[in-house]
Design a protein around this ligand. Structure first.
Ligand code: 5GP
Ligand code: ZN
Length: 116
């Protein structure tokens, strides 16, 4: 399933270019166009889901795959020692702006808590 007007569906098909850092069977990892940390990579499902909750409801294995891929990216970026943050903004009030399931991998600098 894909949605003709969805930006991340277009990144998955290659219609919109992106810097792909890792590919897996059901996810791709791309560098965020507006990075908020030295490492800021998005783990995007190849299939269209509105958000992470919709994805896990449709297929509970997909979140496991996103988290594993996030860790592989963090390791490749050299941020596992210092630590990194995996974020799923969910809904407009949660900061979600692209309504296609994705996790953010953020690392390479100190990350404050609570987030803004
Ligand atoms: P959200 O706000 O939905 O959690 O995250 C969407 C993310 O997608 C934002 O961090 C934003 O910078 C990123 N983004 C928006 N447009 C593009 C794009 O065209 N290419 C890439 N690589 N990232 C994008
Ligand atoms: Zn989509």
């Amino acid at each position: 399933m894909s949605e003709s007007d969805c930006l991340f569906c277009k990144i998955v098909t290659g219609e919109v270019p992106a810097e792909i850092v890792r590919e897996a069977e059901r996810t791709i990892a791309v560098r965020d166009i507006n990075p908020q940390a030295p490492t800021h990579v998005l783990i995007i499902t190849r299939q269209h889901f509105t958000d992470a909750v919709s994805a896990t409801r449709a297929d509970s294995k997909i979140m496991d795959e996103i988290i594993r891929e996030a860790h592989e990216v963090a390791a490749a970026e050299g941020v596992t020692e210092t630590g990194y943050r995996l974020v799923f903004n969910t809904g407009t009030g949660g900061g979600q702006t692209v309504f296609h399931a994705h996790g953010h991998v953020l690392g390479g600098r100190g990350l404050e808590w609570p987030p803004g």
